[in-house]
Ligand binder design. Structure first.
Ligand code: BGC
Length: 833
């Protein structure tokens, strides 16, 4: 096996991951920004910034799949002199090693909560840059501290560098006959303004500022870099001479030139600010052709000293303290504690902000927000930012159709459903129940159900959110197939199981091609399980509303009758699964258009799939007949490997046109028998509900980044502090290699699984339900959980048991049952298993 080199380590006290070697196996990135202005930053300062939408408001340019891979970013070039036996020699270096790649005497990158600090040392000089986006500000701060650690006076030349994107990240990469003639800038003192297209339909510009007088600048890329040079050796830098170029068309950039003298031991701070401004139509210009800079000046004034920047940074840290104080565990197992308390929650917030749009695998020009993705992501951040979760639910529901179907995706800027992809993914409606129930249980806010929410964003079509939930359930009931199981439509959660696509044409998209006339036969066992789980939730919600009647505000619904109606549908689904969905040792995956079984022992390949095992065990279908236990055992036998559970087994070795995209992947990747981490927690929850704590834990630890980090930094390749979407499965060329890090539903599912099912602290309508499921080796642990207006300190004594709460005391008084009734204030809870 290849040698597993280490590139970094966790620093839990500072909530940082510390990268000590710049040549990581893949760029290891972090995210800056909380609400509007966002940046991606790699461990060598690569990446880009955008305002709200990575496609339409791209501020700086980034070239994906570049050579070398991570090229382009915010770069500081330091020009120094080295005295050797041959006399003085000029050296040029960057604090993040790239792009010059001059060997450094010291390198460190600390990725923290919403900030990154990159430090390099060379030849008696230290350059440390703190990158962050202050709360509520439309700007990225880059605070550069230059220190002279030598005993000589240092005279340095400093060049900054950013490359502007022409706003639309998609056309920026293609329409060169136009693009090369649009670029416009203005230079005012130490600020370079990027105002391309501002005269037209745009009301926004960007700027790059530094809080000190400059001795030169450049704004035209080729003049700065030179046509035959690269970012690694820009001509202006190599010659130590800025050109003071003014971009007219071509490729505008922003580079400041500053001469710095540092006495021995002296340090100087420079605050660079990359900002974004929008102006009202009638306030766009100060005078003809000159942009109105009032807002830019105001923004700069807020962040133009070290003190102001340090204060903004302290506020960001306090913001994260507060968010991460809502759920804190102390188990004594560092690997578990750091994921639960820091990185898993952090990744959930990043996923909330970015959905699946912008990472080093998602180019930011592709998909919008997924209907199902967003609902699932919600369980990862609802405890941290409930008001934003509420808004998200309303936004998502507003893209539903009157028959309960939904747009599969919507655009974050417009909040409109995405017509290119349309609807017809028949699992989508169920996820609205999943997200909404999680929100109400966390907040106790039933009033969200009364909100009037339109269909397809059409004014005048509004009904209550509760009505949206009802038609979501009905959409499944109204779309049953020959075995009374849910029709799959274009696909269910597995976007690549396209049973109604039948595509031989390589130019067709699997996702949008549907053989509509024949879409009435293929059925999904995954949706069946999902329907039972969310159906039970829906029934419980209706019963709760029946109890609240009069108080909920929704009139004209007999909730008790509605609960009974849905219970019947759930029972019928359970029967259909038992009758037509069981293969003997595991649950089937689907029926194809011809009524043939998918995911059965009768199949040549892909005899078993994970999704239906996960959802049918979560739904506990046939538990009394031993089905759940058998299914979970089969997952261990056929799906589990060293790096997690694969999606299906054996992998497809050829393309099967009635199955679609799933069989188009090579063995072991993505949906064809990759370890698609997102679905592993489903089985883990199934294990928890069945009380099999040892098995749950062993599956969980296999895909927990902190365990992977310890063993496989080289093999895993991508960032070891967050989950990735996919790890190559046992049939792949290199099992264990990770891909598509950061933006994945895995984050929310890992959080949901560990916080609610393993550690067992589960929000419920009337309080917190305590029901852990642990490995026998678990020792006593404490969870501090803020819940609505209450603050609980919950200590669990497992006593070697895997499951089963024996006693609970609340503030010293025993309570019956497993729900701690909600009451505001501070409480102490003791639980024994
Ligand atoms: C998509 C999900 C989908 C999953 C499995 C992800 O890339 O975002 O919506 O469920 O793939 O196909």
């Amino acid at each position: 096996m290849e040698q597993q080199k280490r590139y970094g380590h966790f620093d839990d006290q500072h909530r940082e991951y510390v990268i000590t070697d710049p040549q990581t196996p893949w760029p290891w990135i972090n995210y800056l920004g909380n609400e509007d202005f966002f940046s991606l930053i790699s461990n060598t300062a690569g990446g880009y910034s955008f305002y709200k939408d990575a496609k339409f408001r791209r501020i700086t340019r980034y070239r994906y799949n570049n050579v070398p891979m991570d090229n382009g970013g915010r770069y500081f070039y330091i020009v120094d002199k080295e005295t050797g036996s041959q006399g003085d020699k000029t050296i040029v270096w960057n604090p993040g090693w790239k792009p010059c790649k001059t060997p450094l005497d010291f390198y460190e990158c600390r990725h923290g909560m919403g900030y990154t600090r990159i430090t390099g040392r060379k030849n008696g000089v230290e350059a440390s840059v703190l990158f962050f986006v202050p709360l509520k500000k439309w700007a990225e701060v880059q605070k550069l501290t230059l220190s002279n650690t030598s005993s000589e006076t240092k005279t340095l030349k400093l060049f900054s560098f950013e490359e502007w994107c022409l706003w639309n990240a998609a056309t920026d990469m293609e329409n060169f006959q136009r693009n090369f003639s649009t670029g416009e800038v203005e230079i005012e003192g130490s600020t370079i303004y990027h105002k391309t297209e501002y005269r037209e339909r745009r009301n926004h510009y960007a700027f790059y500022h530094v809080n000190t007088p400059i001795q030169g600048f450049d704004t035209d890329r080729e003049t700065f870099v030179g046509l035959y040079n690269e970012f690694a050796d820009p001509q202006a830098v190599m010659e130590g001479k800025p050109r003071n170029s003014h971009a007219h068309g071509w490729s505008p950039i922003a580079s400041h030139y500053i001469e710095v003298t540092l006495a021995p031991g002296e340090s100087k701070d420079f605050v660079f600010l990359l900002g974004y401004v929008e102006n009202e139509q009638d306030e766009k210009f100060e005078k003809p052709q000159v942009i109105n800079k009032k807002k830019a000046h105001a923004l700069i004034a807020e962040l133009d000293t070290t003190e102001k920047v340090d204060k903004a940074f302290a506020e960001l840290c306090e913001y994260w303290d507060a968010l991460l104080n809502i759920y804190k565990v102390k188990t004594g197992n560092d690997k578990l504690d750091r994921m639960v308390n820091i990185w898993n929650q952090y990744q959930c917030m990043v996923t909330f902000n970015f959905s699946r749009s912008a990472s080093f695998f998602e180019s930011g020009v592709g998909r919008g927000m997924g209907f199902r993705d967003s609902n699932q992501d919600l369980v990862g951040f609802v405890h941290q930012i409930p008001p934003r979760a509420r808004q998200r639910i309303i936004d998502i529901a507003s893209t539903q159709f009157p028959d309960g179907g939904c747009y599969h995706q919507y655009q974050p800027l417009t909040k409109r459903g995405n017509n290119d992809i349309g609807g017809g993914f028949n699992d989508d409606p169920c996820w609205l129940i999943f997200g909404t129930v999680a929100y109400i249980k966390e907040t106790g806010d039933f009033s969200i159900l009364d909100e009037m929410v339109p269909f397809d964003n059409q004014p005048g079509s509004e009904v209550t959110l509760f009505e949206h939930l009802k038609i979501s359930m009905d959409h499944v009931i109204n779309n049953l197939g020959p075995h009374m199981l849910p029709l799959i439509g274009r696909a269910d959660w597995n976007d690549c199981l396209n049973l109604n696509c039948f595509s031989w044409d390589p130019n067709e998209s699997f996702q949008t091609t549907e053989n509509v006339s024949e879409g009435t036969k293929a059925e999904s066992l995954m949706i069946a399980g999902l329907f039972v789980v969310t159906g039970k939730d829906y029934v419980a919600l209706c019963r709760k509303l029946a109890g609240l009647s009069g108080k909920s505000g929704i009139s004209g619904i007999d909730f008790a009758a509605e609960a009974a109606r849905m219970q019947q549908a759930v029972d019928a689904m359970i029967e259909a699964v038992k009758k037509h969905g069981w293969d003997g040792e595991w649950y089937l995956r689907a029926y194809d258009f011809y009524g043939r079984k998918i995911g059965s022992n009768e199949c040549d390949e892909a005899k078993i799939f994970i999704e239906s095992q996960g959802w049918c065990t979560m739904a506990e279908i046939g538990a009394e007949d031993g089905m759940v236990a058998k299914s979970l055992d089969s997952c261990k036998k056929y799906l589990e490997c060293e790096h997690g559970m694969v999606l299906n087994n054996p992998a497809f070795s050829k393309y099967i046109y009635e199955y679609g995209e799933i069989s188009s992947y090579p063995e072991g990747y993505k949906e064809n028998a990759g370890i698609f981490c997102h679905n592993n927690p489903w089985v883990i929850i199934g294990e928890c509900l069945a009380g099999r704590g040892n098995d749950a834990w062993s599956h969980y630890a296999k895909i927990l980044p902190s365990y992977v980090e310890e063993k496989y930094q080289t093999l895993h390749k991508v960032e070891p502090y967050v989950n990735c979407q996919m790890v190559a499965g046992k049939d792949a060329f290199k099992p264990g290699e990770g891909k598509n890090s950061w933006l994945t539903g895995t984050a929310a599912w890992m959080w949901y699984t560990v916080s609610e099912f393993i550690l067992g602290i589960k929000p419920d309508y009337d309080g917190i339900r305590i029901d852990p499921c642990l490995p026998e080796t678990a020792t006593d642990y404490t969870v501090n959980r803020k819940f609505r207006e209450a603050d609980y300190e919950i200590t669990i004594h497992p006593n070697g048991a895997q499951k089963g709460v024996k006693t609970i005391t609340l503030d010293g008084q025993p309570i019956s049952g497993t729900v701690i009734p909600y009451s505001p204030g501070k409480h102490t809870v003791e639980v024994t298993l």
